[in-house]
Design a protein around this ligand. Structure first.
Ligand SMILES: Cc1ncc(COP(=O)(O)O)c(C=O)c1O
Length: 457
């Protein structure tokens, strides 16, 4: 391990003994000591006491400016007053009905105003939204296969958990990536139905269509691939996908679980001016409560209406999540909120770029909407394979350096990115930049090899 990283981890352990204790206890009852694999990291994860606005406190009482924001699910920030009011006003009126109520139509209206869909159904997680979208596309086309992009994450169902973080030695050529199951327990028959293409590479998509004529139900894509830091679509890529899917009679699914609420008022569809067939939403649309949705044209959603495709869920549209969702759409994610967050993100990106220049650290920053990321490589990534070249050890040094200076710069994981919430202020952004200013010289030193000791992990 490099010296600088080692120092930061020692400091982390000194500052967070209660997290260490809590994790040791949790290990006895929860695999990895956490409730989602994404939350586990060495030496142990921070355990949280509370969150408020754009800030977070760990169980040792350390305070952080929070740009992790629950893996980007909190563009509203923690406990936004409008969300709290809405939830409190419903809490004593029942927390689950398993029966219809008016907020369903109201929230569906809000969604249809923003995204190019006629009808929606709701769920509680992004996984559900993409799972139902894939099933709908299969039913609409009578075909079984889908095309996804290497490195893209669309949740935990079998069709999606293919080539999420495959190892370089397993992935074949960039023009024709080999599908790799994302862990044990995924039947090979499911993997066979998930074809894999390379992001920003239309010929690799076309190749899959040509190899499997008349068999592809849909292309599922995150308009900005956000589980490899941030991978922007190159000019023409998304319109190209639109054309290819039309040409081959397949549907285009936009997984807007991350981009839907955070990129722009009307999500990636508005931002890039591309109209997919199915839109999936989750994370930030619920203002911090579990809420997801998928929507499409009436002709596609009618497959559910005509009892051809089954969709259900006991906690779908529970009144607490729906009240939170309504407050989020009406009072939190306003046009003005996007301007505020955009301004703050520009300030943060500008700050990072200045520090990179003054410190000599070789990295690049990418950002859009409420999100941004520093990538420890010379140029932005075009696809998953570029992202594999990001310096993992340096990233860890960065993350622990930032957390030790009171800034949760992004969720743990070099595949993640920062989120700015509507409750962040310029002072929060300046604190983030100041922390990076302190950490960057040591990163630059490590990068130039002047303090490297021992073998990399
Ligand atoms: C793009 C994308 N799609 C789907 C999901 C799955 O959402 P959930 O964790 O709510 O099931 C995620 C989660 O990170 C995501 O980033």
């Amino acid at each position: 391990m490099q010296k600088g990283l080692k120092r930061e981890i020692e400091l982390y352990e000194k500052r967070t003994p209660r997290s260490k204790q809590a994790h040791a206890r949790a290990l006895g009852r929860l695999p990895l000591g956490v409730a989602s694999n994404y939350r586990a990291y060495e030496p142990y994860p921070l355990f949280v006491r509370e969150g408020k606005g754009g800030h977070l406190w760990d169980v040792d009482g350390n305070e952080y400016v929070d740009f992790g924001l629950s893996f980007g699910a909190l563009m509203a920030g923690h406990s936004h007053p409008a969300v709290v009011r809405a939830v409190e006003s419903r809490l004593r009126l029942g927390t689950a009905y398993g029966m219809p109520h008016d907020m369903e139509w109201e929230l569906a209206e809000e969604i249809c105003k923003r995204y190019p869909v006629d009808m929606v159904r709701f769920g509680c997680s992004g996984t559900e939204a993409t799972m139902h979208a894939v099933r709908l596309a299969r039913a609409a086309t009578g075909r079984d296969r889908i095309i996804k992009f290497e490195g893209a994450y669309h949740g935990l169902h079998d069709a999606a958990l293919v080539s999420v973080k495959p190892r370089l030695e397993d992935i074949g050529s960039v023009e024709e990536p080999t599908p790799v199951p994302g862990g044990a327990g995924i039947p090979p028959a499911h993997v066979a139905n998930t074809l894999v293409a390379s992001f920003n590479n239309l010929p690799s998509v076309e190749r899959q269509f040509e190899k499997h004529p008349g068999e592809v139900a849909a292309v599922i894509c995150e308009p900005i691939m956000m589980n490899v830091g941030m991978c922007m679509p190159e000019e023409g890529f998304l319109p190209g996908l639109r054309e290819l899917t039309r040409k081959h009679g397949a549907l285009l699914i936009f997984d807007e679980v991350k981009t839907g609420a955070k990129l722009a008022w009307g999500g990636a569809c508005e931002f890039f001016g591309v109209r997919p067939d199915i839109v999936c939403l989750a994370k930030s649309i619920g203002g911090g409560l579990p809420l997801s949705a998928f929507g499409a044209a009436r002709s596609v959603m009618d497959l559910i209406g005509q009892h051809n495709v089954f969709h259900g869920g006991t906690f779908n549209t529970n009144p607490i999540s729906m009240a939170a969702g309504l407050a989020t759409f009406r009072e939190v994610l306003t046009r003005e909120a996007y301007e505020h967050v955009d301004r703050l993100n520009k300030r943060l990106l500008g700050g990072y770029r200045r520090v990179l220049e003054s410190s000599g650290l070789k990295a690049c920053v990418v950002g859009a909407g409420a999100n941004g990321v520093i990538l420890f490589r010379a140029t932005p990534v075009r696809n998953y394979r570029d992202w594999l070249e990001v310096d993992a050890e340096l990233w860890r040094h960065y993350w622990f350096g930032m957390i030790n200076r009171g800034v949760l710069s992004q969720p743990y994981g070099r595949d993640e990115q920062w989120t700015i919430c509507v409750q962040h202020t310029e002072a929060d952004i300046d604190r983030h930049i100041a922390a990076f200013e302190q950490v960057a010289p040591a990163l630059a030193q490590t990068q130039s090899g002047t303090v490297q000791v021992g073998a990399a992990r």
